[in-house]
Ligand binder design. Structure first.
Ligand SMILES: NC(=O)c1ccc[n+]([C@@H]2O[C@H](COP(=O)([O-])OP(=O)(O)OC[C@H]3O[C@@H](n4cnc5c(N)ncnc54)[C@H](OP(=O)(O)O)[C@@H]3O)[C@@H](O)[C@H]2O)c1
Length: 192
């Protein structure tokens, strides 16, 4: 049995999480992030979540995976992933970082099925576009959690580009928030 089959694969759940503009961008050219904040919309029928609910949700995440450019930006903005284990995918050498951050250069299937799956179940892939694209190409994503921000950006970094093949995902949940953001959750097709 290969490491990507059997128990290891059944146990882990990789969720690709991304926030996109209405026109499919995940970052502005200048990397500014004010568009990611909810000011300016008030959708009456929407819900809002309390800080406690958000904290409970985040606590259920066992591990984050991020590309090195997302890592760099996360450091600039102020580390948002707390003490939860995080793996930064990079081929570069980095100075030692927080205790819970490790760097990984290598095969992504091995990362998920051999290194992470035995240790973690709820794994969140939090960007960026390049790394997410690669995970999707390799069939390593079990769920997509996509939040659409109520804004057109016009230009920036596209959420997905390149060579993804057509594949229909299963809509599992939709949450509309008071601030006009909409969260869409999809699970991967069963036979891949
Ligand atoms: N809106 C959102 O939800 C959201 C979420 C996350 C990020 N972002 C934004 O997206 C931007 C970054 O995205 P990005 O697409 O430019 O970069 P990225 O995916 O974060 O990082 C790309 C880097 O990851 C490493 N990498 C990717 N695939 C690899 C592989 N198969 N093997 C080894 N290393 C690999 C390489 O690092 P090395 O060059 O170091 O080898 C590559 O340069 C930032 O502006 C960030 O703020 C937005």
């Amino acid at each position: 049995m290969s490491p990507s089959d059997g128990n290891a694969k059944k146990k882990r759940n990789v969720t690709l999480h991304m926030v996109s503009s209405l026109d499919g961008f995940i970052a502005k050219k200048d990397n500014s992030v004010s568009w990611l904040h909810g000011a300016g919309s008030n959708y009456e029928a929407g819900v809002s979540i309390s800080e406690e609910e958000a904290a409970t949700f985040v606590k259920a995440i066992d591990c984050y995976v991020l590309g090195s450019r997302t890592y760099e930006h996360a450091l600039e903005l102020g580390w948002a992933y707390g003490d939860t284990p995080a793996v930064v995918v990079t081929r570069r050498e980095w100075p030692s970082a927080r205790k819970n951050v490790e760097f990984y250069a290598g095969d992504l299937k091995t990362l998920v099925d051999v290194k992470l799956a035995p240790r973690y179940r709820n794994i969140w892939l939090v960007g960026g576009a390049m790394l997410c694209q690669r995970f999707l190409e390799l069939g390593l994503v079990d769920e997509i959690n996509l939040t659409i921000a109520p804004v057109l950006l016009g230009e920036g970094l596209r959420m997905f580009g390149g060579s993804l093949t057509e594949m229909r995902w299963n809509l599992k949940n939709v949450v509309a928030y008071k601030n006009g953001f909409v969260e869409l959750s999809y699970s991967a097709p069963v036979a891949r």
